[in-house]
Design a protein around this ligand. Sequence first.
Ligand code: 5GP
Length: 195
Amino acid sequence: MKLLEDRIRKDGVVKQGDILKVDSFLNHQMDVELFNQMGEEFKRLFADRPVNKILTIEASGIGIACIVAQHFHVPVVFAKKSKSVNLEGEMYTTKIESFTHKRVYDVIVAKKFLSAQDHILIIDDFLANGCAVSGLIDLIRSAGATVEGVGIAVEKGFQEGGKLIRSKGIRVESLAIVESMNPEDGSIVFRPQEN
Ligand code: 5GP
């Protein structure tokens, strides 16, 4: 999506440790008009899928997921990072290692919000090593629900997550795929996309 690539080039900051900072428009201050155009694009890309719910993970996926959901006219559920899992009977649980915080979280979704009848679109801001998305897939499978696809704002194509999730036969659509980035000069190269 050219609009998002242009914005990343303009306002994204390449940090050491393979981190792309986009906090001026994506995951701290949020450009809701941009989110709206991203939502329109995800709707176009997943138009053939019978999505009835969007699943994301707190915190930075929530804003994007909510705007995307307006285009699908479906509710959003966000998986919560929990320090203690003491309600296991009522929750689906999994573990996710945070790429940015380098720690493992227990992540939960209440059973009442995921069921075998659900057809889920996963939405998140970044795809790096794929831990967050794998954990969300785990929660969906625990509920016996169907993964209809994964919509990502920014995929870092030089990390393994995209390959990992696609190798499970799951459709992943990323609006911008960073092929390489250089913290020394701030340059970012995007993977050419067809649509
Ligand atoms: P993964 O689980 O795929 O390794 O990492 C994805 C999660 O880590 C995303 O939910 C996102 O919040 C965070 N993340 C990974 N890489 C980056 C990055 O380069 N920049 C930012 N801002 N967040 C990232």
